[in-house]
Ligand binder design. Structure first.
Ligand code: DQA
Length: 143
């Protein structure tokens, strides 16, 4: 069982800068991720929050909740949340950080991820497909 977490403003997918993030909504993304998970023979739980503390609590509780890995798109928190870094670092599960857009091809402040050093790896710029590849990695890793 894999936990998929989306951070601040990702509830606005579909209308938020479609030239950067595409026209799919969060619901479209979540349906697609569920379909990919089923293809991979795993189950996913999908959560989104605009609140740093909520994301931290979900990460802290993930292992005890029985998840085997986490796909995390920390959104803008990526670039400044040492609290989120600490939460990922403090827990035992493999975490794959995903970004829909290529954070290295955008504004300077997006090039640095403070959360990435705590992750197993990072996928950026592949759109929604990044979630598929992250799931695929975690399924192999957890098996
Ligand atoms: C994002 C990239 C971040 O820089 C941005 O703040 C987001 C989304 C992405 O998925 O491309 O909200 O994480």
């Amino acid at each position: 069982m894999i936990l998929v977490l989306n951070g601040p403003n990702l509830n606005l997918l579909g209308t938020r800068e479609p030239e950067v993030y595409g026209t799919f909504t969060l619901e479209d993304l979540e349906n697609q991720v569920e379909a990919w998970a089923a293809e991979l023979g795993t189950a996913v739980t999908l959560r989104q929050s605009n609140y740093e503390g909520q994301l931290i609590e979900w990460i802290q509780q993930a292992a005890a909740e029985g998840f085997g890995g986490i796909v995390l798109n920390p959104a803008a928190l990526t670039h400044y949340s040492y609290a989120l870094f600490d939460a990922v670092q403090a827990q035992p599960l493999p975490v794959v950080e995903v970004h829909i857009s290529n954070i290295h091809a955008r504004e300077e402040f997006r090039r640095r991820s403070v959360t990435a050093p705590a992750a197993a790896g990072v996928i950026a710029g592949l759109g929604a497909l990044g979630y598929k590849y992250a799931l695929s990695y975690l399924v192999e890793k957890i098996r």
